[in-house]
Design a protein around this ligand. Structure first.
Ligand SMILES: [Zn+2]
Length: 313
């Protein structure tokens, strides 16, 4: 009898351990090039997510851009460029993240085009039910990769214009607008604290959040444009610059795939440290991976007129 009960205890512990392990959501953060300090951003997000005990986070860092040295003669320059191109091609050929291994992929990447095999693998992952989060300048990436733009819905810079899709926003009277006027996509004013207005409190990501909360100092991206199909705007922020309520949280569908997109998260202020940003990222990961959210709104969540930040790692 004693032996049997001991066996049962061991078995139960094993099931528990297995259960906990099986529940862990696997996340891949892709970085390596960005006009923002990705070397600080990625570890911060990774740490915040892993602290919850719900996620295991891996990182895949793309090759850096190899540039030829400056101050060369014309002849030397051609040769150096050729050598740099060869180095670039070699490095990129060796980089091929296994997206399919992960429940959720987060992009903290804004840089050179990915090689075709990487793009193809990512499209396949998403078509077949992949989960993706686009953070801040990741929406500057790949202006002419149509499938990527369908995934993120809206993007900025990189020559984006009306050809890439409409501006999508709420106007002054809170009407959802798809504006096809010609013009550049992507802009922002000086960093400042701004109010996030929740547009749908029934979504698992936003449920229980104050309907308005103050986001820590960040760039308020405005005038993003793109296909914006299969997209729901969960939250906006009023831009004094564009005089529009600009999308700040979006959920999208792409074939069997699902996406969460936040233009928040410029790195050199306190935007990433904002409890609102962290909670949103955490909940988005859980929702994408499991279709529901159990993560509670923390007691130190920002309020309508008070920001709330955690220290850097
Ligand atoms: Zn920025």
């Amino acid at each position: 009898m004693k032996l049997i009960s001991r066996f049962l205890v061991v078995a139960a512990l094993a099931v528990c351990a297995f259960g906990i392990q099986a529940k862990s959501i696997s996340i891949l953060i892709v970085d390596g090039q960005n006009n923002h300090n990705w070397k600080a951003m990625t570890p911060f997000m990774k740490n915040q997510l892993e602290k919850t005990g719900m996620y295991t986070v891996a990182v895949s860092t793309s090759p850096q851009r190899v540039n030829p040295p400056r101050n060369l003669t014309k002849e030397q320059r051609a040769q150096a460029q050729k050598a740099a191109d060869e180095l670039n091609a070699k490095a990129w050929a060796a980089w091929n993240p296994n997206f399919a291994k992960y429940d959720v992929v987060i992009s903290n990447y804004n840089g050179q085009e990915w090689p075709k095999p990487v793009k193809d693998a990512f499209e396949k992952y998403m078509r077949e039910g992949g989960r993706f989060i686009c953070v801040h300048a990741a929406n500057n990436s790949f202006p002419n990769w149509l499938e990527y733009n369908k995934m993120i819905g809206l993007g900025g810079w990189g020559g984006r214009t009306e050809k890439h899709g409409p501006y999508v926003y709420y106007d002054e009277s809170n009407k959802l607008i798809r504006n096809t006027n010609p013009g550049r996509g992507g802009s922002h004013g000086p960093q400042h604290e701004f109010t996030i207005k929740i547009r749908n409190s029934d979504h698992p990501i936003t449920a229980g959040m104050p309907t308005q909360w103050k986001h820590a100092k960040d760039e308020l991206y405005d005038s993003l444009r793109g296909p914006g199909t299969k997209m729901e705007i969960l939250a906006t922020a009023w831009s004094e610059k564009s005089k529009r309520h600009e999308p700040m949280m979006m959920v999208l569908g792409y074939n069997k795939g699902k996406i969460f997109h936040t233009p928040m998260g410029h790195e050199n202020g306190q935007s990433l440290q904002c409890v609102g940003f962290i909670t949103t990222l955490d909940r988005a990961c859980e929702w994408l991976a499991t279709d529901k959210v159990t993560t509670k709104i923390p007691t130190n969540f920002p309020t309508a007129n008070k920001v709330s930040v955690v220290p850097k790692n």
